[in-house]
Every structure is written in structure tokens, then in C-alpha cells.
Design a protein around this ligand. Structure first.
Ligand SMILES: [Zn+2]
Length: 471
């Protein structure tokens, strides 16, 4: 079945979910340009929001002759969406006038302000959002015969829920929710119901394996074959998180990422390469300061254009994520030709530059999870020294079985590895196991305790007090 030109179901025994996955690169570029033009013309006609935004920037569809002309279109910021929803509740510009009926809404987590609400018609949800997820699920080897457990609470955060819906409605697996189950209940049910696939955030699934260990259960004996993670940077972005999950569960680890406003953007194949759904979403990597494209393969901020959805298409949406880079034009050993996402570095606000070096969640987590004595819990805090220099303190919990007599050596070891990785000295504090919070969705690892700078360049005492009070 085809919907919006997207294949819904892979034939039985077929290696790829969609023919787009192996499309020659040149053909893909042509398809992207055709879809981009169609999308822009459609919004010019149907969306007063975009018409006004583009006219104010002197952009009109006739200016779009090549894919590179996309940079003539103004960037869309999350704040604009939020403002439009305040002025025209509940959906604002996230619904092109006349679209509906809606069968589902998505909602951003609201970590950077009021949540944005995203409505889906059946066509946009199953035909686009879930179809994009289906490629990730299929590439992870999840099939009809699998028993899939959603190890997360159901909320309007769709990142994991759409993969679940995809297993239920597109793949046809037996799917088992369990939002309010305790970790122990989940472990019992995994065994009892013959669950073979777990979906969840890397942080929670590592925690679940730890609960198993504390209760004398070896998670590797529970029969989990495949783990699919999302919601925060996983194996694609932090290889050592993948290693830990694999060791804890004895399963194959897959990971996908995206934004709720746009699509399932990228997912791991069995060659451990992140492929981008580039026929559905056009990704640009831009210099965060100049908004100019970075050279191919280099890091920068991710800007995404939805080429397909008709209800809430985001055009040149600034995701707020920094990525390690995108590489195009090669064929992966798995046979796919889709461009490659090298991984996410974290949210723009979670990355700080200290003495010229970018320190990101992904970078710190990769170091911590590469040290066997460290548990999975950590956080890092930016603050100022008495002399006014930026400093970073990394707080880590050792594993329960690490004797406190070994803590000082461990602290030095962590500091040394961080120094080697970032070429910057960081303070390391060890905390008693169980001190830091456990997160099911979207772990908050970074706090910025540096006092804000006023327009005159001076530190505002009131703002500094407020910043401290927030913590
Ligand atoms: Zn591949």
C-alpha cells in the first residue's frame, strides 16, 4: 500500500522497509527537490503563517530552483510556533487551515518552555511519522513474531510511542504497554510473557538491568533479543552507552532519533550506521553563529525541513540540536544509500564552550560509560571559579561494589580520562550510589550555575542569585 508516495509495508522477507532506502543518491536529490517544491507551493497557497513569514523575508516559491536555494527560506524557530499557538490556540501554525480530523497529538517535553502541540491526521501519523519509524524498527530486525514491551509511560511524547504504534499497526507484533509497572514487575513480565524486544530510553533500560542485578536476576538470561532506544542520545551518538546496554542485556542494540516537530530522522542499521530518512526530511547542518552551511561531514546545528507532512510541515526548523555531522553519497555495507548521521552531540543549551573546547553531554557520557567502575548515573555542572574562570564539575556515582577505599583512585582516573578526551581539566566528585535521580524519559544531566552576564558585560548579582535559587 502506498500513501503520500511512501511504501507502508515491506514485502515478507524483504530486507528494507522502503525502496527509498536504496535509491541512488542522484535520484534522491531529484526526489527531494521535487518534494520540497511541492511542499513550498502548497504552503504558499494554504498557510497564512508561512505566506506572511516568507513575504516579510522577500522569499517566494519561484526563487527555489535548486536544493541549495533552500537557504533563501528563513529559518523557523520553536518560539515562533509557541507564539502562534498562544495567539491561535491550541495548534497555531502547526495546523494548516482546513486540515483534519486529527487522530493523535504530539507534545514536546517542554524542557525549553511551554510544550508545543502537534496535531496528526491519520495520513500524517501512520503514513508519514510511523512509516519513518517503521524503517528503524525493520532495520532492527523486529518482526511479526516478536513480543515488544514499551518500557516507558505513555504521554504525548511520541518519540517512543510511534515506534510502538508502528509495531502494532504496521509490523503486526504483539505489543505490551506497561507504563505504571514497577521495574520489578517489568522484569517478571519479560520472563512470563516471553518478551523479546524492549523499547525505552538508554538511561531507563540501564537502570532496569541494574534492578535485575540487585534482585539476583541476570538480565542476559531473560530472552531479550533486541533493544531499541530513543528519547535521549543512545548508541548512535554515544558508542559506550551501546556497549553498556549490550553487556547488560546480551541483546542487539539499535537506536533512533528525531524531533516531534519533524520526523524520525535517523536510525541505526545492523552495520551500526545512522541512516537518515532523507526522502521525508531534508537535513541541513549549519554554523550555529552564522547560519551558513558547514563543509560536508562537519559538526553544527541541525535544521530540518519536512518534505511530506501536510498538516504541520516545519520548513527549515531549528531543532536546537548539535550534530557531529552528516555524510552523503556513499553506500553502506548494509546496502542502503541513505545519507549518514554521525550522531547527536546534545541540545544547544547543554553544550558549553570552555577554554575553546565544546563540552557536550554525548562527550562526557561516552567517557563515563567507558569506565567500568562508574554507574550509569552522572551529571555535570558549569560554574565560575573565584577568579571568574569557567569550570566544570562532573559528579559520578561509582557502582555499589566499588569499595570506598578505591574512590580516590577512581576519581583521579575519571579526571584523567576527561582531560585526555577534552584537553580541559574538570573537577570530579564522587557521590554515594543512588544519590542522583533516575530518569525514565529525557535525563537532565547538565546544569549551568554560571551567573548570567548583563548587557554591560557585568555579572548581575540579582540574576546570579536567581540562577543559584533555581538549582
Ligand atoms: Zn547501513
Amino acid at each position: 500500500m502506498f500513501m503520500n508516495g511512501i511504501q507502508q509495508h515491506a514485502a515478507v522477507g524483504y530486507k528494507y522497509w522502503s525502496p527509498a532506502e536504496t535509491m541512488p543518491h542522484k535520484e534522491m536529490k531529484k526526489l527531494q527537490l521535487a518534494r520540497l517544491r511541492e511542499q513550498i507551493n502548497y504552503l504558499w497557497e494554504k498557510s497564512p503563517f508561512y505566506r506572511q513569514k516568507w513575504e516579510e523575508s522577500n522569499f517566494c516559491p519561484a526563487l527555489l530552483r535548486t536544493l541549495d536555494d533552500i537557504n533563501r527560506i528563513p529559518i523557523l524557530h520553536k518560539e515562533e510556533i509557541r507564539l502562534s499557538q498562544e495567539q491561535d490556540p491550541p495548534y497555531g501554525m502547526m495546523s494548516v487551515p482546513g486540515r483534519g480530523p486529527f487522530i493523535r497529538i504530539g507534545m514536546t517535553s517542554g524542557t525549553t518552555g511551554e510544550p508545543v502541540i502537534i496535531p496528526f491526521t491519520e495520513e500524517d501519523y501512520f503514513g508519514v511519522y510511523c512509516a519513518g519509524a517503521a524503517r528503524a524498527v525493520w532495520a532492527a530486525g523486529i518482526r511479526k513474531e516478536d513480543v515488544v514491551h514499551a518500557a516507558f509511560g505513555f504521554t504525548p511524547f511520541l518519540g517512543l510511542a510511534a515506534a510502538y504504534d508502528c509495531c502494532e499497526h504496521l509490523i503486526g507484533s504483539l505489543v505490551i504497554p506497561g507504563g505504571i509497572w514497577s521495574s520489578l514487575m517489568r522484569l517478571t513480565m519479560i520472563r512470563k510473557l516471553g518478551i523479546t524486544v524492549l523499547m525505552g530510553t538508554p538511561t531507563y533500560l540501564l537502570h532496569l538491568a541494574k534492578v535485575a542485578e540487585e534482585n539476583g536476576i541476570d538480565a542476559r538470561t531473560l530472552g531479550i533479543k533486541t533493544i531499541l532506544t530513543a528519547g535521549e542520545p543512545g548508541k548512535m551518538s554515544i558508542p559506550n552507552t551501546g556497549v553498556r546496554l549490550e553487556e547488560a542485556w546480551g541483546a542487539r542494540i539499535f537506536d533512533y532519533c528525531g524531533t516531534q516537530e519533524t520526523h524520525y530522522l535517523a536510525w541505526l542499521c545492523d552495520e551500526n550506521v545512522g541512516h537518515i530518512n532523507e526522502d521525508l526530511a531534508y537535513c541541513e547542518v549549519l554554523d550555529p553563529e552564522t547560519d551558513e552551511p558547514v563543509p560536508p561531514g562537519e559538526s553544527g546545528k541541525l535544521v530540518v525541513t519536512d518534505l511530506i507532512s501536510k498538516t504541520h510541515p516545519c520548513i527549515r526548523f531549528e531543532t536546537g540540536d548539535l550534530v557531529k555531522g552528516i555524510e552523503a553519497g556513499a553506500t553502506c555495507a548494509c546496502g542502503r544509500t541513505l545519507s549518514v548521521m554521525k550522531g547527536f552531540m546534545g541540545r544547544v543549551g547543554d553544550i558549553i564552550k570552555i577554554r575553546g573546547v565544546c563540552v557536550s553531554v554525548a562527550g562526557i557520557e561516552n567517557v563515563i560509560r567507558g569506565i567500568s567502575e562508574c554507574s550509569d548515573s552522572y551529571e555535570y555542572i558549569a560554574s565560575k571559579t573565584e577568579g571568574g574562570m569557567d569550570k566544570i564539575t562532573v559528579r559520578v556515582e561509582p557502582k555499589y561494589d566499588v569499595d570506598s577505599g578505591q574512590w580516590d583512585d577512581l576519581r583521579k582516573k575519571i579526571a584523567q580520562k576527561l582531560q585526555l578526551s577534552f584537553m580541559v581539566n574538570m573537577d570530579v566528585e564522587l557521590l554515594a550510589p543512588g544519590t542522583l535521580p533516575v530518569y525514565e524519559l529525557k535525563a537532565k544531566r547538565f546544569r549551568d550555575n554560571r551567573p548570567p552576564i548583563t548587557d554591560t558585560g557585568e555579572v548581575s548579582t540579582k540574576a546570579a542569585e536567581k540562577a543559584t535559587a533555581r538549582v
